[in-house]
Structures are given as structure tokens and as C-alpha cells.
Design a protein around this ligand. Structure first.
Ligand SMILES: *[C@@H]1O[C@H](CO)[C@@H](O)[C@H](O)[C@H]1NC(C)=O
Ligand SMILES: *[C@@H]1O[C@H](CO)[C@@H](O)[C@H](O)[C@H]1NC(C)=O
Ligand SMILES: *[C@@H]1O[C@H](CO)[C@@H](O)[C@H](O)[C@H]1NC(C)=O
Ligand SMILES: *[C@@H]1O[C@H](CO)[C@@H](O)[C@H](O)[C@H]1NC(C)=O
Length: 453
């Protein structure tokens, strides 16, 4: 009876043992992982010092925060995952109710001293406080960082440019025989993952993330580094709307000013205004582009050539205006004669009805025959009306009309004369307009081809 009881008791206690409750603290206690235990922190965690520690690194692009051409700065927000092996850590999960992973504060264990070569500012985003430790000694550390990095950018094709920026990761003190770095995902996977997680791209369209491994020799030692290359393309729409199109519109306005008449200086004022508008746009460009560049940005060429063309067209207008001014001064002298003659005509008119003045012919050289032909019917009518003597009012009106017709004829023929004398001005304008059109279209097609290539 007693024996049976003992067996039952043993069985019960055994059952109770099977339902053991485990906590992470048990694992920590088992590892003797305390803050004052320096075993895990001091040295590279290998049992044999000739073993290199292998670090697997994965970097994903989460956001492109800024690409600043002026200061040649590239600011991505990245997720970096590091994985390495700590040979001092191991436990049997079966002893701890199957616990395979624990999280520990990140300052409790040794960490590879990886840093980013291009980083020019300390990261101020909050750090992830924990690392994951697995039963086989694998440690995983994740960090989200805003990397302010320097990147040599080529703005030749701005705003249709594609930029490539490097982020090189390497150890500061451990050379290649102590620490090896491997990328945990190859270029295509990294690109795909980045596309999946990417939240904000802003002005930039993320194209590609590639990773390559390099050994770099310094002080007769080799240091391994991983170079992540981010390739991104600018979305040019804003710059096109803000910049390229307005300049093109101003150019069109300048071209259209060909149809404004030359005299009275309206054209000149118009062209100067357009030129001023362009120079304001040029000031904006100054804020965007870096002052130092190995190759002249196409957009600068675009602006300066268009500016120069407009300047040329302004000069042409000034020249034509000047010539016409000179011409009209010459005309003014003739004009005075014309006024005198006009006066004489008026006096003649008041004296006699029948005497038809042909004052215009002397100045404006209107063919006499034509004039007579036009005036004759009216005169005949007047005569007939006078003969009937029906209405004095009608007569007066007709008289007025006659006078008007005469003046109109005078003016018309004078304008004709002016046009003839300004013929060469029109010719210069037309020749310049055609030259301008050809140069502008050639230049625009060339520069857009260059932008497209
Ligand atoms: C744990 O570490 C302490 C000192 O930090 C040491 O005195 C103790 O012996 C260690 N225990 C084990 C089991 O290693
Ligand atoms: C980026 O790294 C590649 C090698 O992967 C190198 O050829 C290229 O010149 C680097 N680019 C910059 C901007 O440093
Ligand atoms: C990249 O890795 C994935 C799996 O991790 C593999 O399927 C793919 O073939 C690899 N691509 C290249 C170019 O190595
Ligand atoms: C860098 O050096 C290590 C060890 O010497 C070698 O195994 C590795 O292939 C080298 N990597 C490159 C990219 O040359």
C-alpha cells in the first residue's frame, strides 16, 4: 500500500515538473548576463581568436528624405539589419521550455563597429534599444537611421537627371581577417524589398539598390566594406512647369513680338520686359544648382543661350528703331512742306468750288489719274444737285464727304509712301525673324536631344 502511494506521489511530482514555468530571466541567469559581467562586452566573441566574425548586413531604403545638389548631400532613411555569431552564447531550448530567443539591451553585448564612410552628421533618430539573441549564439540587431551622407552628384542633365549615391559600410578597427561582412540579400532582392517598404520618395523615383563588396587596403591591412549604391531618377515635372516652360513661353512671346509694329517704341518696351522676366528666372536657377560643377549643366546653357538670343533680338529692334527714327526725321522735313501745301489747298478750296486740288501728288506721289477717277463722280453729282437746287443740306453733306474722301486719300497714299520707305525695315525684321526661328528651333532640338540621351 505504501509503495503504491510513493509511486503515485512520484508520478504526481513528475507531472508537476513537466509543467515547469520558464521566464527569460532564467536564460539570462543561466548565461550570467549581468550589467557588470564584462565577458560579453569586452572582446570580439570568438573562442579562438583566429576565427573571423562574420557579419551579415542588410540595408533597405525606407525613404528618400532629401537630395540637395547645392551641398551635394543625400539623406536617405534606411533600415539596417546586422546579424553575427556570438560564440560565447548558447543554451539548450529544451531546458528552458523551448525558449529560442531572448531580447537584451543593445549595450549588454559586443557589437560590430560598423560605420558609414559617407556619413557627415551623427544620426539623431532614436535607437532601437534591444537586440535579439538566439540559443545558437546568433545576435540580430536592427537599426533605423537617417543618414546624412555626402554624395558626388552630376547635375549636367538637371532636371532630367539620374543620381547614384553610395553608402559604404565597413568596420572601423577590425580588418578583413577579424571581421567579414556579407550582404544578406543580393542586389535584386534588396531592390525588391526596398520597393515594398518604401513610403516616401518625394521628388525622386527610386530605381535600384545594388550592393557590392570591396577590399580596401590601408596601412598594409585589408578592410572589407560593402558599398550600397542607390540609383534614383528625378521627377522633372515641377522643374519643367516652374522653369523650362516659362522660359519657353517667354521665348515664344519674344518671337511673337515680331508682329508688333516697330514705331512708337512699343516693341522695344515689350522685349525689355520679357528679358527682365527671364533674368528673374535665372536667379531662381542660382539657388538650385551648385556653383561648382565639372560639366556645365545643360539647363544653364539653355538659359544663357535663350537669354542671348533675346538680347540679340532686342538689339535688332533697337537698331531698326534707330534707323526708323533717322528716317522719320528726314520725313518730318518733307512733312512740313506737305503741311504748307495743305494750307494752300484749303485756301484754294474756300475760294473756288471747281478747282480740284491735287496737293497730295506733290508729296505722296499718288498717280493723278487714279485720283481724278475717284473724285470725278462726286463732283459731277454735286454739279447736278446744284443745278436742281433742291437741298442745301445735302449739298453741305456732300461737300463734307468730298473733303473727307480727299483727306482719306491723302492719308492712305501717305501711309503707302511710309510703308514703301520702311520697306527695308520690314525686310531686316523678316530676315532676322527667320534667322531667329531657325536658330531657336535648332538649339531647342539639340538641347532636348542631349537631355534625352
Ligand atoms: C557570473 O559572473 C560573476 C561575476 O560577474 C561571477 O562571480 C560568477 O561566478 C559567474 N557565474 C557563473 C555561473 O559563471
Ligand atoms: C560608388 O561606388 C562604385 C563602386 O561600387 C564606384 O565605382 C563609384 O565611383 C562610387 N560612386 C561615387 C559617387 O562615389
Ligand atoms: C538573389 O537572391 C535570390 C534569393 O535570395 C535568388 O533567387 C536570385 O537568383 C538572386 N539573384 C542573383 C542575381 O543572384
Ligand atoms: C577580400 O579579402 C578577403 C580575404 O582576403 C577575400 O576572401 C575576399 O574575396 C576579398 N574580397 C574582394 C572583393 O576582393
Amino acid at each position: 500500500m505504501m509503495r503504491v502511494a510513493v509511486v503515485v506521489l512520484l508520478f504526481l511530482t513528475d507531472g508537476a515538473l513537466c509543467k515547469k514555468v520558464c521566464s527569460y530571466q532564467d536564460v539570462v541567469d543561466y548565461l550570467n548576463l549581468t550589467r557588470d559581467n564584462s565577458v560579453y562586452k569586452l572582446t570580439r566573441p570568438v573562442l579562438d581568436y583566429t576565427h573571423p566574425t562574420t557579419v551579415e548586413l542588410d540595408i533597405l531604403l525606407y525613404a528618400i528624405l532629401a537630395v540637395i545638389e547645392k551641398t551635394q548631400t543625400f539623406i536617405p532613411f534606411i533600415w539596417a539589419t546586422m546579424m553575427w555569431n556570438n560564440e560565447r552564447i548558447s543554451w539548450d531550448p529544451a531546458q528552458f521550455c523551448g525558449i529560442t530567443k531572448i531580447s537584451v539591451p543593445h549595450d549588454m553585448l559586443w557589437k560590430p563597429d560598423l560605420f558609414i564612410y559617407e556619413m557627415i552628421q551623427k544620426d539623431d533618430s532614436p535607437q532601437n534599444p534591444y537586440m535579439i539573441v538566439s540559443y545558437d549564439g546568433t545576435v540580430i540587431s536592427e537599426e533605423d537611421m537617417k543618414v546624412v551622407s555626402t554624395c558626388k552628384m552630376d547635375v549636367h542633365k538637371f532636371p532630367f537627371d539620374t543620381q547614384k549615391c553610395n553608402i559604404s559600410v565597413g568596420s572601423a578597427v577590425h580588418s578583413v581577417d577579424e571581421l567579414r561582412i556579407y550582404p544578406s540579400s543580393n542586389s535584386s532582392r534588396a531592390t525588391q524589398f526596398s520597393r515594398e517598404v518604401m513610403k516616401t520618395q518625394g521628388e525622386w523615383e527610386f530605381l535600384h539598390l545594388s550592393v557590392a563588396s570591396y577590399n580596401f587596403t590601408f596601412d598594409s591591412k585589408q578592410w572589407e566594406q560593402l558599398i550600397y549604391t542607390f540609383t534614383m531618377k528625378r521627377r522633372p515635372l515641377l522643374h519643367v512647369i516652374n522653369f523650362l516652360l516659362p522660359i519657353l513661353f517667354f521665348l515664344c512671346l519674344d518671337l511673337a513680338s515680331y508682329f508688333i509694329s516697330d514705331h512708337r517704341g512699343e516693341k522695344l518696351g515689350f522685349k525689355v520686359t520679357v528679358l527682365l522676366a527671364i533674368s528673374v528666372l535665372l536667379l531662381i536657377l542660382n539657388d538650385i544648382l551648385p556653383s561648382m560643377s565639372n560639366k556645365t549643366p545643360l539647363i544653364a546653357t539653355y538659359c544663357i543661350v535663350i537669354f542671348a538670343l533675346m538680347l540679340l533680338s532686342l538689339l535688332e529692334t533697337i537698331f531698326v528703331t534707330y534707323l526708323m527714327e533717322k528716317d522719320s526725321q528726314a520725313n518730318l522735313r518733307i512733312g512740313d512742306d506737305w503741311e504748307d501745301k495743305q494750307e494752300k489747298v484749303k485756301i484754294d478750296n474756300s475760294n473756288t468750288e471747281d478747282k480740284r486740288p491735287t496737293g497730295c501728288s506733290c508729296i505722296c506721289k499718288v498717280p493723278d489719274g487714279e485720283k481724278q477717277h475717284e473724285l470725278l463722280p462726286v463732283a459731277e453729282e454735286v454739279d447736278s444737285i446744284m443745278q436742281t437746287g433742291e437741298s442745301h443740306v445735302l449739298l453741305l453733306i456732300l461737300e463734307e464727304l468730298k473733303e473727307l474722301q480727299k483727306t482719306a486719300n491723302l492719308h492712305l497714299s501717305c501711309r503707302e509712301e511710309a510703308r514703301r520707305s520702311y520697306h527695308w525695315a520690314t525686310r531686316i525684321n523678316r530676315a532676322f525673324f527667320i534667322f531667329y526661328l531657325v536658330v531657336v528651333s535648332t538649339f531647342l532640338s539639340l538641347i532636348f536631344m542631349e537631355w534625352n540621351s
